[in-house]
Design a protein around this ligand. Structure first.
Ligand SMILES: [Mn+2]
Length: 284
């Protein structure tokens, strides 16, 4: 996308005004990836809700934030996608350290590696040091496509089938919303049912963890395969922050270095639940 067009886009009046910064839950670090702005699959509204409820000293954008492939084919840019970009830029202006690691769908930004644009540092990969002194390699993850074929779990089902699944996901959740039911990831469900997908995904996780281990770090944070995870593999901490197409997850580091995966659909559901349901759940 040309820079001029991007500037025009940002001139559009925001649809929602941001919540007050003071009331947000604060983390040391937040990682998000695979937002796929510019596609219908992107859950921009949930990401906006997330950004309005959490804050951090450092924010890593771990790739595939904007889907340049899709935008090239068909321009799709609703106001909510603008709202996401505005919030990210505003965060950088306000003093959050924002680090952007472009992925394969936004590889056009990789040419700006080493640069600082609008207060956002762009790089191919980086090392994050946690509050408890662990060194984590942060990268998108498509670097391992040639070895792992993990991205092929999509190709396996077929790109068209995936697109259909995403459309079904929107319908199902549109109906669920109207019935006041919480967000439910159809494709996450389907993925768990496909044996090959599971094999590809676990192979990807092992390859990435092994590569991180050989670089002498304690762990790795990546995205790319749209499968949030947090587990130890061969003595290496493997973290995947998931995505904002289906799972709607983020990885966060607490101020003591403790890591956590936030499932934002569940957070919204908890907030919407009547108080008696919460106290019943606590009692159970
Ligand atoms: Mn990717």
């Amino acid at each position: 996308m040309p820079i001029d067009a991007a500037a025009d886009i940002l001139d559009i009046t925001p649809r929602l005004t941001a919540a007050r910064a003071g009331s947000r839950r604060h983390y040391r670090t937040i990682w998000i990836s695979d937002v796929h702005l510019g596609t219908r699959g992107c859950n921009a509204d949930m990401l906006i809700d997330f950004l309005d409820h959490v804050d951090s000293d450092t924010l890593y954008l771990v790739g595939d934030i904007i889907d340049g492939w899709r935008l090239k084919r068909r321009f799709y840019w609703p106001p909510a996608h603008n709202d996401v970009v505005r919030r990210l830029l505003k965060r950088a202006r306000r003093g959050t350290r924002v680090v952007y690691i472009p992925g394969n769908h936004d590889e056009m930004f990789r040419q700006f590696s080493g640069m600082d644009i609008g207060g956002i540092a762009i790089c191919r990969k980086t090392i994050h040091i946690t509050a408890d002194g662990r060194r984590l390699l942060v990268l998108h993850g498509d670097e391992f496509d040639a070895i792992t074929l993990a991205h092929r779990w999509l190709a396996h089902v077929g790109d068209h089938a995936y697109t259909l699944l995403m459309i079904a996901n929107r319908w199902v959740n549109g109906i669920r919303r109207r019935l006041n039911m919480p967000y439910w990831s159809l494709s996450k469900h389907a993925k768990a049912k496909v044996k090959n997908a599971v094999a590809f995904i676990s192979h990807f996780e092992e390859v990435v963890a092994h590569a991180a281990g050989s670089r002498g770090v304690d762990g790795v944070v990546c995205g790319h395969i749209h499968t949030a995870e947090m587990r130890e593999i061969g003595g290496i901490a493997y973290y995947n922050d998931g995505d904002w197409v289906e799972g709607c997850t983020a990885l966060v580091e607490h101020h003591d270095g403790r890591m956590e995966l936030l499932h934002w659909g569940d957070e919204i559901a908890r907030r919407a639940a009547p108080p008696e349901a919460i106290s019943a759940a606590k009692a159970a």
